[in-house]
Design a protein around this ligand. Structure first.
Ligand code: SDX
Length: 388
């Protein structure tokens, strides 16, 4: 049964829920979205088609896909008040701090009166948040570099429009490389959903109270920010840059094994996968394609990453603990080579994961809602009387 009941000896978390959206077999390195393997979706589908699949349970017909894409691209604009709010943030604020602030503000600008029990309302919210998060992400980037916001160009694809809003100055004939567009779309797709990870479980728990969906998505983003979760792609790049040269890899591998040292190899290991993260394989191929397109196949960071992966897959410490590269290991190299600053990496992860968050929220609200109430393993004092 593809329900989920999580019992973790570390702490009792009876996060019991049922979902039809994503299935993971961590031992075999299997990830299915509505039954379709992630590597087949990455090869044959695209991010918006996968969003449709996550939300509706089936791949769209070509007419449905055209209509869905047109609807998403028609909702890419954001309220001027949101732009005004963004400008209130310090220019050097961490992009995730700004994203969390803006996601909750969407509840102030849109659907303040949403009926969570209405499938029509829920579907509109899902389309709105999927459509607006690339615009918000690009605006956060532009705010950080002191440039004007670029209006979305709905004649472009979802990923191409994102890169246009990020790197153009608004020129209508601005050219975006098809290879970079495809790689960006693949990064969004590979992050779209991942069962009951910390951020998605947070969205479910928050949403189970009946709160505003934008607030529930904001809660998910706050969980994703941590370096053990979505913040890892940023931490991988920082680690690779700190290693600096393949000759220093052994020093860092030794640190990662040293129990007295809290250092861990970022981008390795996973709470569920005790085999290769299937997304990491696709990400590695995309990384090779992008760097080849940019003439950067000899990029020192790629050399360090590949050597580190080889060592980790051969070193008994990592092999015994089943520590394989995860989704974050190669994504940062792609993002950096596309020109995205490290500080924006987790925002990109949130952009990709938004369809999963809102699909789980919608699925949860499509059946009678029970507020989430995780229990605990009580290890405190037994009952005792107050001293007279
Ligand atoms: C994501 O849940 C999801 O689905 C998340 C995600 C998603 O799509 O939503 O897949 C996205 O969060 C991917 C993970 C990104 N995080 C990182 O790459 C950070 C580095 N990884 C580690 O922090 C760690 O691997 C975790 C947190 C990801 C998983 O930790 P676990 O499964 O709880 O492993 P553990 O802490 O029980 O460690 C088991 C052993 C320990 O050694 P021993 O005590 O047995 O001797 O493995 C060691 C750990 O010290 N270990 C590592 C390590 N990860 C675990 N040692 C060195 N480097 C590492 N990265």
């Amino acid at each position: 049964k593809q329900g989920c009941f999580t019992y973790d000896p570390g702490f009792v978390s009876t996060a019991s829920c049922e979902s039809k959206i994503t299935f993971i077999d961590g031992g075999k390195g299997v990830l299915l979205h509505r039954g379709y393997p992630i590597d087949e979706l990455a090869e044959h589908s695209d991010h918006l088609e996968t969003c449709f699949l996550l939300l509706n349970g089936e791949l769209p017909t070509s007419e449905q896909k055209t209509e869905f894409v047109n609807e998403i691209m028609s909702h890419t604009q954001v309220d001027d008040l949101l732009a005004y709010t963004l400008k209130g943030f310090k220019q050097d604020a961490h992009p995730m701090a700004i994203l969390c602030g803006l996601l909750s503000s969407l509840a102030a600008f849109y659907h303040t009166d949403i009926d969570n029990n209405s499938q029509e309302d829920r579907t509109l919210v899902a389309k709105q948040v999927i459509a607006k998060i690339p615009t918000i992400t690009a605006m956060i980037y532009k705010h950080g570099i002191g440039e004007d916001f670029i209006q979305a160009d709905s004649t472009r694809s979802y990923a191409e429009n994102f890169l246009y809003m990020m790197f153009s100055k608004g020129e209508k004939d601005y050219k975006v490389s098809p290879v970079l567009t495809r790689a960006m779309d693949k990064i969004f797709l590979l992050h779209a959903d991942h069962e009951q990870n910390a951020s998605t479980s947070t969205v479910r728990l928050s949403g189970s109270t009946g709160t505003n969906p934008f607030a529930a998505v904001c809660a998910g983003a706050t969980a994703l920010w941590g370096p053990s979760h979505g913040g890892a792609n940023e931490a991988v790049l920082t680690m690779l840059e700190e290693i600096g040269d393949v000759s220093r890899i052994d020093e860092f591998v030794a640190k990662a094994k040293d129990k007295a040292d809290p250092f861990r190899l970022m981008g390795f290991g996973h709470r569920v996968y005790k085999n290769f993260d299937p997304r990491a394989k696709v990400m590695k191929e995309a990384c090779d394609e992008v760097l080849a397109e940019l003439g950067l196949s000899d990029h020192p960071l790629l050399k360090i990453a590949k050597r580190l992966e080889q060592i980790a897959l051969e070193d008994p410490y990592f092999v015994q603990r089943k520590l394989y590269p995860n989704v974050d290991f190669y994504s940062g190299i792609i993002l950096k080579s596309v020109g995205i600053p490290t500080s924006l990496f987790t925002v990109i992860f949130a952009l990709g994961r938004t369809p999963g968050w809102i699909a789980h929220w919608d699925e949860m609200l499509s059946s009678p809602l029970k507020i989430g109430r995780p229990r605990q393993l009580y290890t405190g004092s037994v009952k005792r009387s107050y001293p007279k």
